[in-house]
Design a protein around this ligand. Structure first.
Ligand code: ATP
Ligand code: MG
Length: 389
């Protein structure tokens, strides 16, 4: 595996596997610091491809495309966790790649991910791996009611089935085409939160403040970050757990660790994302270093300094549903009215077609106090047709 002999200074070219919105915001951050960028994604209108200096339009496993990416890039990262780990491993022979294929492979597989948590001593939901009919038949009744999740390729609640009984579990596994799955016990959630850490090749770890997250229909809807969003002791526990998950993977890059806080106040890790995360988007406007700048710094081998949050923040996800608030014909939401509110920062991903459930952008709201941020966010939500929270 290639390592960096010295930091890559601005002027170098940073490559990204994947052309989605996370890649787009990475490209923006890299370019702001004077780097050149290359994106590999087969979609000619991919959000990141549209704004990158270079765009290689091939699939993630195309040998020629990958060779070209390695040729033009000084270092390569990924923005999409379902990029094949084998592609990252192949690139790593020619170019510095962060995060490493091995760490991405763990995050891509819920079964491996969970055994990593157990190995780090970080509690996760009780679970069973279901890959065979025998394992299905032998499931401990204590795991029901539960959620059956495909081990691979799930996102935004896709590839998940909630099950009450053993019979429902069997049907759900059929519905999921008997692919390898993990059955998780359904836990009583008091709240959900996440932590973003960035770890350098020298082992330095920094983190963003703990994010409190609200999901709707399995998709992140709102993130709130300000003092008191979660109890202080819990926040410290979450940061420490995120750091040990990153260290245990010998991780280099930006990592998001998602947690559940249960009704009894205990903290349970849910899953990890080996990249910046939707719940970290507030950092673009509320912190002096954003999660995307952290990604640039880890990839280029630049120093990591602890980010400082300077404003209370609320982030609202802007799903395609907002375009259909007034009927079946897509209509542009009232951005002008939203932007008339103080401390609103609009981020749209350049997707031309709005669809239900599609992430089109996000709105960051910053304010001097938590109450002010929440009040403005609720006003913006009302204007956009987002339910109050
Ligand atoms: P994403 O990649 O968008 O984060 P995902 O498809 O990987 O989502 P999960 O994070 O596993 O899905 O689950 C989505 C949501 O479902 C969680 O944020 C939580 O609200 C709920 N959920 C998942 N697992 C459990 C559980 N064991 N008990 C209770 N609720 C759960
Ligand atoms: Mg999740």
């Amino acid at each position: 595996m290639k390592q960096l002999a010295a930091p890559l200074l601005p002027g170098a070219t940073l490559g990204v596997l994947g052309g989605g919105q996370l890649g787009r915001m990475f490209v923006h951050a890299a370019q702001a610091m004077g780097y050149f960028t290359t994106v590999l994604d087969e979609d000619p209108t991919s959000p990141a491809g549209l704004v990158s200096h270079q765009h290689i339009q091939t699939g993630y496993q195309d040998p020629e495309g990958l060779a070209q990416l390695a040729e033009v890039s000084d270092a390569i990262t990924t923005e999409f966790e379902n990029v094949p780990a084998v592609s990252l491993a192949a690139l790593a022979g020619q170019c510095f790649v962060a995060p490493a294929a091995r760490a991405v492979a763990v995050a891509q597989d819920r079964a491996q991910e969970k055994s990593h948590f157990v190995g780090c001593g970080v509690p996760c939901a009780p679970y069973a791996v279901i890959e065979t009919a025998e394992q299905l038949a032998g499931v401990d009744a204590g795991l029901l009611p539960g959620i059956l999740k495909t081990a691979r390729l799930g996102y935004d609640g896709k590839g998940q089935q909630r099950v009450q009984t053993a019979a429902e579990l069997a049907t759900a596994w059929q519905t999921l085409e008997q692919v390898p799955c993990v059955l998780e016990k359904m836990l009583p959630l008091a709240l959900e939160c996440s932590v973003i850490v960035a770890r350098g090749a020298d082992g330095t770890v920094v983190n963003l403040p703990v994010q409190r997250n609200l999901h709707r229909n399995g998709i992140l809807a709102v993130t709130e970050v300000y003092e008191g969003n979660v109890p202080v002791a819990l926040a410290a526990q979450a940061v420490a757990a995120a750091q040990s998950v990153a260290q245990g993977l010998d991780y280099v890059g930006v990592l998001c660790v998602e947690f559940f806080v249960l009704d009894d106040g205990s903290l349970v890790v849910n899953e990890i994302a080996p990249r910046p995360h939707n719940s970290g988007h507030y950092s673009q406007n509320a912190c002096d270093v954003s999660q995307f700048e952290l990604q640039v710094r880890t990839l280029a081998g630049l120093p990591l300094v602890q980010p400082r949050q300077h404003s209370a923040a609320v982030m609202l996800n802007l799903l395609g549903d907002l375009w259909f608030a007034h009927g079946d014909t897509a209509q542009t939401p009232p951005w002008d009215a939203v932007l008339a509110l103080p401390g609103t920062h609009l981020h749209l991903y350049g997707k031309t077609v709005a669809k239900h459930g599609r992430k089109m952008g996000h709105l960051n709201i910053t304010a001097p106090t938590a109450d002010a941020a929440r009040a403005t966010a609720l006003q913006a939500a009302a204007l956009l047709g987002i339910a109050a929270f």
